[in-house]
Design a protein around this ligand. Structure first.
Ligand SMILES: Cc1cc2nc3c(=O)[nH]c(=O)nc-3n(C[C@H](O)[C@H](O)[C@H](O)COP(=O)(O)OP(=O)(O)OC[C@H]3O[C@@H](n4cnc5c(N)ncnc54)[C@H](O)[C@@H]3O)c2cc1C
Length: 402
């Protein structure tokens, strides 16, 4: 693979830089001590960033860069995979908050009807719809095809009964995409349908699940006689398993994180160099050899993560669908985030475990201790590392199933 920009890519990179110079509001660049998922960083309503965020969103919508891969008629910009990578790289390098469309949009783009595209895609681009994912159930996670939530046809509707779990953001969402069982007699992969539903319909109840990092990220979602129009099924009825699998391929080939992880290390390095031990006057990074070498390993791994992402993108650029390659990227990126969290808390010594945002003793507002706790779930969400390794073993290495 040639890592240098082609002449066309160099021109595009220049256009992106130019766009950022003209449109990116300085107020939105995240500070080093800022939690990237805080309401403030997301430009939430409680902050003066909200106006800047609206302007930034409007500039991206205007350019089609909210959904850069989509065709122009649906608000996209028809960018090639490599151009998307250049755009994502610039967003991360500039510490700009991510503004995009949910992966369900790409699934609708591949499997949806013209009516579904017209109904569901434009509100995503305008930021009017917020989606959550209803796949997992109490008894069905890795073995997702065993899911039990029933959808029984009644005229032009499906009537849904059952329970989903770990539904991220369900308490904030106004739409859900889900997998439901429409034919209980069929073999388990064959009787599933991929369905879209508004959240504000009678019969849906959302109950919070609070994580050990104190964040309220996900929920239990209950369905009791919920009516969803049959026209909201994406792809063929009873063939939703394959539609759902497309979605997971998009989710796992997520390419934005590698540069962000290196930026995180840059931020930590700057902090450690600036902070000096009160007794010796030395920078914290220079004090002990072992963590210092560990930190160097993390930097090298940031380059490995980026190279793995580039492999996925170069395949997409050639029209190939990454499969075990996306699993490799997912395993590496998520385990890497846990290693970053461990190294950072180690380098910060006893203070590294503090995460009270308001305490002067918490380094960088406790960002690293929070990451230590929240990164645990990264190797479970979107398919566990064990499942990804099964994919790599069987499809990548051709090993027999155990
Ligand atoms: C932060 C977070 C956000 C999430 N968001 C959502 C969401 O929005 N929507 C949604 O539907 N789901 C969501 N999930 C759920 C997630 O997809 C499941 O947790 C995941 O697929 C694992 O399923 P499980 O929890 O049932 O574990 P299980 O499948 O019960 O697995 C338990 C353990 O057994 C291992 N294991 C299972 N089968 C095998 C096998 N064949 N070979 C080797 N090891 C195996 C697993 O790796 C794991 O270690 C989220 C999870 C997390 C942590």
């Amino acid at each position: 693979m040639d890592f240098a920009d082609s002449p066309d890519q160099a021109v595009f990179r220049g256009q992106v830089e130019d766009f950022f110079a003209k449109n990116f509001p300085a107020a939105l660049a995240m500070r080093a001590d800022e939690d990237p998922f805080s309401e403030e960083a997301m430009g939430g309503p409680a902050t003066d960033k909200a106006t800047a965020m609206k302007l930034w969103r409007a500039a991206l919508v205007d350019k089609g860069w909210i959904a850069p891969a989509w065709p122009k008629e649906y608000g996209g910009a028809d960018l090639s995979p490599m151009e998307q990578f250049i755009l994502n790289e610039t967003i991360a390098e500039r510490n700009a908050p991510r503004v995009g469309v949910p992966d369900v949009g790409s699934t609708i783009m591949v499997h949806g009807t013209a009516e579904q595209k017209a109904e569901f895609l434009p509100p995503m681009v305008r930021g009017e719809s917020r989606w959550c994912q209803g796949y997992s159930e109490p008894g069905s996670g890795s073995d997702l095809a065993s899911l039990q939530t029933r959808a029984i046809r009644d005229g032009d509707d499906f009537v849904i009964n059952g329970q989903k779990i770990w539904t991220s953001g369900a308490h904030l969402a106004n739409m859900i995409f889900m997998l439901v069982r429409t034919d209980p007699e069929a073999p388990k992969h064959r009787g599933i349908t991929y369905l879209l539903s508004p959240m504000n319909v009678p019969g849906i109840e959302v109950r919070p699940l609070v994580q050990m990092s104190d964040a309220r990220g996900f929920n239990e979602t209950f369905f009791e006689d919920v009516r969803v129009p049959v026209k909201n099924a994406v792809g063929e009825i009873n063939r939703g398993w394959y539609v759902g699998a497309t979605h997971l391929d998009f989710e796992r080939s997520s390419i934005g994180s590698a540069v962000g992880q290196r930026k995180m290390l840059d931020t930590l390095k700057d902090y450690l160099i600036k902070e000096r031990d009160s007794k010796s006057g030395k920078t914290r990074l220079g004090q002990v050899d072992a963590p210092r070498l560990e930190f160097a390993d993390r930097y090298i791994e940031a380059t490995v993560a980026k190279t793995l992402s580039q492999r996925v993108i170069s395949m997409q650029a050639r029209g190939l669908i990454p499969n075990y390659e996306a699993s490799m990227t997912k395993v590496f990126a998520t385990e890497f985030s846990q290693r970053i969290a461990r190294t950072s808390t180690k380098l910060l010594g006893l203070y590294g475990g503090l995460r009270d945002r308001n305490s002067d003793y918490s380094p960088m507002k406790g960002r690293w201790a929070t990451m230590y706790l929240s990164s645990v779930s990264a190797t479970i969400a979107g398919g566990t590392s064990e499942i990804q390794r099964n994919v790599i073993a069987t499809r990548g290495l051709g090993l027999p199933r155990g």
